[in-house]
Design a protein around this ligand. Structure first.
Ligand SMILES: [Zn+2]
Length: 105
């Protein structure tokens, strides 16, 4: 069922953050589950979630109904945080081989 991209219903839905009112992109609940603290994972349901990328905002995830809001302190920092990092990961200041290998051209 999952993992197949044929069914392209992947429209990006935007919703305003309940706190900072920035536009937030939709996110699969599984991605949320992966990074929230263990005792909070049971609250993550098969709902549409949104991610707030505003650095000044404490909200990281919230769901469609906005009754579930995960703040920065609810995130397990030991988890793979790439998906939800609030820092710009686009550029690398170091001469990192990993970055160079990623270059195309
Ligand atoms: Zn926000």
């Amino acid at each position: 069922m999952s993992g197949c991209g044929c069914n392209r219903k992947a429209e990006v839905t935007l919703k305003n953050c309940p706190l900072c009112k920035e536009k937030c992109k939709s996110l699969n609940y599984m991605a949320v589950k992966l990074v929230v603290k263990e005792d909070l994972q049971k609250f993550v349901c098969q709902d549409q979630y949104y991610i707030c990328n505003s650095e000044d905002c404490d909200v990281v995830f919230f769901n469609e109904g906005e009754e579930q809001i995960f703040l920065t302190r609810d995130i397990n920092l030991a988890a793979d945080f790439q998906e939800v990092t609030k820092k710009d990961k686009g550029s690398c200041e170091k001469s990192c081989k990993g970055c160079e290998r990623g270059k195309r051209g």
